[in-house]
Design a protein around this ligand. Structure first.
Ligand SMILES: [Zn+2]
Length: 161
């Protein structure tokens, strides 16, 4: 699987494997509805997950937005040989393929979507550096530290898989 420009190539997952490979072409730009949906998804994810979330947890919120908004065309076909409509992708394609598509979309559009959100956040939480020009010792300014590990409910016998 490889992303070249706006085109992702994947192993053919179609019924009967009729293709040597399939390609997914992403839109040249993220549509407004998709970008705003992505921002909202990131914000909702960050709020629900708290400070110490992982990117895979955030993906739960954001990746479906990519599948719905970031794709311009693909070559997948159904059992009858007819093209799979873009709107049917989630119902038809194997998870691994959808994940690869969303992951590639994140490479293409992730920063674009999160940039306005980051700007919004830094506006509502202004941080120190410009606060006071007469501050005598700026270097010793208090620094907010991420809270140490939250007291997670004891998971008895937590021996990971
Ligand atoms: Zn195929």
């Amino acid at each position: 699987m490889a992303l070249v420009g706006r085109v992702l190539t994947v192993e053919c997952p179609c019924a009967g494997t009729p293709h040597e490979a399939d390609t997914i072409t992403f839109r040249p730009v993220m549509p407004l509805a998709g970008g705003v949906a992505g921002m909202a998804a990131i914000a909702a994810g960050a709020q629900a997950l708290g400070a110490n979330f992982s990117s895979i947890q955030l993906a739960e919120y954001v990746f479906p937005v990519y599948l719905a908004h970031a794709i311009e065309a693909w070559t997948f076909t159904g059992a009858d040989g007819a093209p799979v409509p873009l709107t049917d992708g989630d119902a038809v394609l194997p998870f691994g393929v959808k994940y690869a598509i969303a992951d590639a979309a994140d490479d293409l559009f992730g920063e674009e979507i999160s940039r306005p959100l980051v700007a919004m956040i830094s506006r509502s939480y202004p941080s120190g550096p410009t606060a006071s020009s007469t501050s005598p010792n700026r270097s010793s300014g208090r620094r907010r530290r991420p809270r140490s590990a939250p007291s997670s409910p004891a998971t008895s016998g937590a021996t990971g898989p």
